[in-house]
Design a binder for this molecule. Structure first.
Ligand code: ADP
Ligand code: MG
Length: 233
């Protein structure tokens, strides 16, 4: 299992109720899983636990067999950089850096991903160029990302998440800034590139229409004992 979660409970500091009370959740190698739920239901909170940005007050999360709570903060940051590619809703690109440098950044933070890109493509730059070509971004390599359209920026974020073949790609509402036609195309491209890098996909969204393309689709409410409170909030 790539992700195994057991009996997790998480309450935001100062909040009266837990946001998540989740008996079980898992992601298998190579799986493409879609997790949907209304806005405010705790999707991003769950992703912050799966990536070790926050630790649950109760329960255990294992990524690739590693218990996240057993790592120091620094080791957890390294572990995340090594094994998880992340696509954010707002991209989180560095606007003053070029397209190419934004993608290469992932390899600067992770020796494992640097070495994988080198073994696979000859060099990190060669792999970045390959991914950016797959994503139709070759004409923009040296442009600052701020000069790109929203759709192009989202594809840069995808290349950055996949370079160095992390085991898991996590995407938080990655298509919400795209128009409807571009959404399906972006997800197809994401699948193709993830498959090429042997990377499993966990995507969350409030839009259940995206579910059809995935191997498995789950509603957060079906996993979360707190869901009733969240929906009534
Ligand atoms: P979703 O991603 O499904 O829209 P979130 O995980 O962002 O939902 O939010 C779930 C609940 O947690 C909401 O009630 C929200 O207000 C609360 N929450 C989210 N982030 C924080 C935070 N940084 N501090 C305190 N509460 C938060
Ligand atoms: Mg969210």
């Amino acid at each position: 299992m790539l992700i195994e979660l057991a009996d997790v409970q998480f309450t935001w500091r100062g909040a009266k109720h837990a946001t998540l009370d989740m008996p079980q959740f898992s992601l298998a190698a190579g799986e493409r899983l879609f997790l949907h739920g209304p806005s405010g239901s705790g999707k991003s909170t769950l992703l912050s636990l799966l990536t070790g940005i926050h630790l649950p007050q109760r329960g255990e999360i294992r990524i690739l067999g590693q218990n996240l709570a057993a790592l120091s903060n620094t080791a957890r940051d390294h572990f995340r950089a090594d094994h998880i590619g992340y696509v954010f809703q707002q991209f989180n690109l560095l606007s003053y850096l070029s397209v190419l440098d934004n993608v290469l950044l992932s390899c600067q933070f992770s020796r494992i991903r640097r070495e994988r890109a080198q073994a696979f493509s000859g060099s990190t730059k060669a792999q970045a160029l390959h991914l950016l070509d797959r994503l139709d971004l070759t004409p923009y390599l040296e442009r600052p990302v701020s000069a790109l359209s929203v759709g192009q920026q989202q594809r840069v974020a995808l290349a950055r998440a996949l370079i160095g073949a992390p085991e898991i790609l996590i995407a938080d509402e990655p298509t919400s800034a795209l128009d409807a036609e571009r959404r399906a195309a972006f997800i197809q491209l994401l699948f193709e590139c993830a498959h090429e890098h042997n990377t499993a996909v966990l995507m969350v969204s409030h839009d259940p229409q995206l579910a059809a393309a995935f191997d498995r689709s789950v509603s957060l409410a079906s996993l979360n004992r707190c869901s009733v409170e969240a929906e009534n909030a």
